[in-house]
Design a protein around this ligand. Structure first.
Ligand code: ADP
Length: 162
């Protein structure tokens, strides 16, 4: 059986916390699919295509990782892709309740699929896409928080908006 994990999220934009999770789980699977959520409910700064391109450019050396975009339920994508495991990252306690609800909801929808929660590394646990955008809009330093390519993308985005 080909072991496939899906790491779904908004990735608006990808941060070093996300990159860390991807690099840590990739050795355990034949393939990891980073799934960019194209949500109709959530407003995003970057389009799904832009978010996908930024993820791809942030992971140039990880061979068994691919990036895809999906607008529906994660479990429906998983069935189509023959994937078995949903990976999510866990930072502080505040993430726990949301992740537990999602995991149980997905278990109800697709009992054969497991959710794997991976603890954020201590050096990245405080990083969030939302925090990064807040720093970027106010011109703060983004070094070590996001990949270099994301720093330029954020600078371009906010320059255009001014
Ligand atoms: P979502 O809107 O689906 O929560 P995000 O892009 O914010 O999407 O996050 C995707 C996943 O990555 C979530 O499981 C989240 O908890 C996790 N994550 C976000 N930031 C970090 C981080 N710094 N370290 C580890 N995991 C993280």
């Amino acid at each position: 059986m080909t072991k496939i994990a899906v790491y779904p999220g908004s990735f608006d934009p990808i941060t070093m916390g996300h990159v860390d999770i991807i690099n840590r789980i990739a050795p355990f699977y034949d393939q990891v699919i980073v799934l960019v959520a194209q949500s109709s409910q959530k407003q995003s700064l970057f389009t799904a295509e832009e978010r996908k391109a930024l993820i791809e450019q942030s992971l140039p050396h990880t061979k068994n990782v691919k990036v895809d975009i999906f607008g529906g339920l994660t479990v429906d994508y998983m069935k189509k892709a023959n994937a078995q495991v949903i990976v999510r990252g866990l930072r502080a306690v505040v993430d726990f309740e949301y992740e537990m609800t999602m995991a149980n909801m997905n278990k109800k929808l697709a009992p054969e699929i497991e959710t794997l929660l991976v603890f954020a590394s201590p050096e990245y646990y405080y990083i969030s896409s939302r925090g990064v955008k807040e720093i970027a809009v106010n011109g703060g330093a983004l070094k070590d928080l996001v990949p270099e390519i994301v720093i330029s993308a954020l600078e371009k985005k906010y320059k255009k908006k001014e």
